[in-house]
Design a binder for this molecule. Sequence first.
Ligand code: UD1
Ligand code: CA
Length: 460
Amino acid sequence: MKDLSAIILAAGEGKRMKSKKSKVLHKVCGKALVEWVYEAVQKAGIEKCILVVGHKAEEVMTYMGQKTQFALQKEQLGTGHAVMQAQHAIKDHEGHVIILNGDTPLIKGDTIKQVIEYHIKNDNAATVITTELDDATGYGRIVRDDSGNVIRIVEHRDANEQEKAIKEINSGMYCFAVKNLLDALSKINNSNSQKEYYLTDTIEILISENNRVGALKIEDSTELLGINNRIQLSEVEKVMQQRILSEHMENGVTIIDPGTTYIQADIEIKMDTIIYPGCILEGNTKIGEDCVIGPNSRIINSIVENNVEVQNSVIIDSYISENTRIGPFAYIRPESKIGKNVKIGDFVEIKKSVIGDNTKVSHLAYIGDAEVGKNVNMSCGSITVNYDGQKKYKTIIGDNSFVGCNVNLVAPVIVNKNAYIAAGSTITDEVPENSLAIARERQVVKDGWVKKKFRMENTD
Ligand code: UD1
Ligand code: CA
């Protein structure tokens, strides 16, 4: 939208979080509070966004990077003072500015748009977003005259008994015509119970100078929920999680039990995939079509292609090609690339390895720092011995090879294609193509040894 900008206030300390971290960097469904607000601004089509930072400013600026402009509020002298720190960035603007708090992540882009439209249509100098709460404790109250016009906003701390009984509250979100905001900001003072410069005082100033001020009351107050402590953080998390799950279900994903499923923001899941209870999908994860995920699986920053089944397993920073079966009880560690139609079975750990198409690692194996070819069978108990206590080494296994049960492959080592390794071998040297390698003691049988040992010769 033209001539529109947004200011997000995020300089406050957030004492009640009891945290070493800035409040606005706490996460809901994997994304920082302030980033949710920023994204709502983006979705509303507002390109210019100024973030007012103060407490732990460096941390917030590093997290947000190049996305926004910043204004520094060195001392937190109130919401009005915070906006003053950003006014240089909008002072040449003809248009309007949306002001939002950095700790209200549930606000939607559509709602911001709706407020702007209402504000412009009514030709307002300022529009306040309000809602009604049964318990309005702590919030600023919207004081209206007998005809219902807004007169001013009074903070809870500064309100008299009659004003405290008002249920309509100030959400802390506003739309202002830039010139009216700048004019009113220059007139506020800090003569109130907190000795702060209140942004809310601009409302009374604008009204007293005969400007139009509107209040847009939003029925669903959840969008306006702010976070001041960890209990509210968990409540907002729940609402956001429900939104995310509903969106996936609307897109054709079956989620058997939304109550026990945790899917972070921005995860892609394609049609007809089924998510069983107890699954956690995090980070930059993408799941294809017709997959069956779970029960009880955790997938972080990984790509899972179509028609893959993952049962009771953990997959981190890895890539799984189509038609592959993982688990139950497999652990796929970072930088692994698993081919098509592969089976990674129970109690198998794969780390930083490539597994070729049609290969099977069916049970009880550790494959680390390895390149395993196509059509390979890694039998029960195959181990890559990749670490000598100081360094990690690579194991290479060619296509169509068969590694027997309980085999140690002491890296660095190469098993060339079409080779067989006898069960129980400890392989330390390269195995040529088409050969069989046996690296174990021959069996010795000592006839009658048991009877001799226990002097039982005369007992039969
Ligand atoms: C504010 C409003 C109140 C409203 C409530 C809604 C004022 C005076 N009061 O109160 O009417 O009902 O929000 O949640 O505006 N901040 C700064 N710098 C500061 C102070 C605050 O950047 O010096 C930021 C905070 O980080 C936060 C936002 O402004 O994101 C709101 O500040 P907060 O102290 O939470 O205001 P409230 O007392 O809740
Ligand atoms: Ca607050």
